[in-house]
Design a protein around this ligand. Sequence first.
Ligand SMILES: [Zn+2]
Length: 248
Amino acid sequence: MGATIEALHNLQEIEIQIAELQRRIDRKRDACKRQEKQIAGIDRQIETIRRELHVQQKDSDRLNLDLRAHEEQVAKLRDALNTAKNQKEYSAVLTQLNTFKADNSKSEERILELMSAIDEFKKNIAALEAQRAKEHEKLAELEAAAQAAEDKASDRLTKLRAERQEAATGIAPETLDMFNRVAAKNDGEAMAVIMRTHPRRQEYACEGCNMSITIEQVNNVLSRDEAVLCNVCGRILYAEASATAATK
Ligand SMILES: [Zn+2]
């Protein structure tokens, strides 16, 4: 392995550890985000039920007002019934009275229906609010776990970043830029070892993507101390002595 490739390889070892630590933290942060979405879903459900409840409550209030007004009418008609001057007047008032009474009993039925629906909505809201409280507790636990993971990783990350800085000195800026680009695309895995895929024939593949590599590329990797990229996945290829011994 040439000096440049060896330096890149060192860098990659550090890079992978950084990426792994970062992934562990990201996973915990993602769990928090999923939990927040779940809570937002419950909030939306509660809001929908509240709006429906409000509509039914208004209907019920309006019917109650009507009912009270009608009851006053009924009382007046009862008085009129008592003071009716003749049979004809009596019958007319009685018909009116019965119509009002029938209307009122319909309103009462409807009010009862609405009240029972409103009760049901209130129960649903209470159940959802209890669930939301539980989900909030769970979120607090997840957030604490994510914070703990970050705190735990913090010192190690600082140390690894310093090591990376150190490992990067001496590598040409353009090579380093390329390494960083490939690493960012592949979770820190900027390099891939060349694998021999046939015991007798000189056939090779990139460990990163399992696609075959030409002998010409393998020879380039072995003879030049510069980055040779896999044509398929773009990782920087390197060789371990055992795999390529026969080629030398
Ligand atoms: Zn590849």
